[in-house]
Unconditional design. Structure first.
Length: 287
């Protein structure tokens, strides 16, 4: 348990844009009562600053947990009147950017924690982790949060990895592009055709090296869009092909081993079984 002074500092650190009027520690839930600052706010209709108050209303939002206890912030927000005659927005509610966004029931910092968890773990797993951290949300809310997360700006890597994967094996495929140096996913393209990859490469210049499988379609797309780029096989496919070649060569010469090193009759079956297991293990490693 943390003391009262440390508790107040922790709660207030992310609410500096508000005027804190009081903190109630009920044991299970910490209630923070606050209000907005008495400063002019720009009208969203015409951009004129105003401090003329038309009325007040209260917003309630969940905040990040403190010492394992839930925190609820109750903010007294002003409804302001625009001083410009004829403005389409005669009155408007002020917002608290960076603390409490429009229509949200969570503070910005709590929403950031929820988004980070569901981005990595999605529904059920994200819900279980957040519940362990004292943030109770259902898996359905976690899944609804995902589409609202803005995608990061697309950064074209120096070394680009290209490969296909199955959405429905044998029916529907897609192409994934990754940063081969960091493992970060860059983009996902519909289908696995050369045209899609070529169009993407032309629209996003800057790739110097391309790692890929042995597909001729991807190779032709890279040669057409980036004639100066270096192409090479990616690590997984190199190991896979090497393991397959070693397994085939081993299996082809398995009969020669018995002729070159005759075995006693009682040990022959056991040794052949061990050799078969070695070949099988080699094939499994290649996958």
């Amino acid at each position: 348990m943390i003391d009262a002074e440390e508790l107040v500092k922790t709660v207030f650190s992310g609410l500096s844009a508000l005027v804190i009027e009081g903190v109630e520690n009920t044991g299970g839930v910490i209630v923070v009562r606050a209000r907005t600052r008495d400063e002019p706010t720009e009208c969203p209709g015409c951009g004129t600053g105003t401090s003329r108050v038309h009325g007040y209303y209260e917003r309630t939002a969940a905040d990040v947990t403190v010492d394992g206890r839930a925190v609820v912030v109750k903010v007294k927000v002003r409804r302001l009147r625009c001083p410009v005659p004829g403005c389409p927005r005669q009155t408007f509610r002020e917002q608290v950017p960076g603390v409490l966004e429009r229509y949200q029931r969570r503070t910005a910092r709590l929403a950031g924690q929820v988004e980070a968890a569901v981005r990595e773990l999605a529904g059920r797993a994200g819900s279980r982790l957040l519940s362990a951290l004292g943030i109770g949300i259902s898996r359905h809310i976690a899944l609804r949060t995902l589409p609202a997360i803005s995608l990061p700006d697309l950064e074209v890597p120096r070394v680009l990895g290209i490969d296909d994967f199955a959405l429905r094996k044998g029916l529907v495929y897609a192409t994934i592009l990754i940063d081969a140096e960091t493992g970060r996913r860059v983009d996902v393209l519909e289908g696995r055709t050369a045209d899609g990859v070529e169009d993407w490469l032309r629209e996003h210049p800057g790739v110097e090296v391309v790692t890929r499988d042995g597909s001729g379609a991807y190779g032709e797309a890279v040669r057409s869009a980036l004639p100066d780029a270096v192409q090479c096989g990616d690590r997984w496919h190199l190991w896979h092909l090497l393991a397959e070649a070693a397994a085939k060569e081993t299996a082809a010469h398995s009969a020669c081993w018995a002729e070159g090193a005759p075995l006693q009759e009682g040990k022959r079956a056991e040794t052949n079984l061990e050799r078969w297991q070695q070949v099988h293990d080699l094939r499994s490693y290649s996958g």
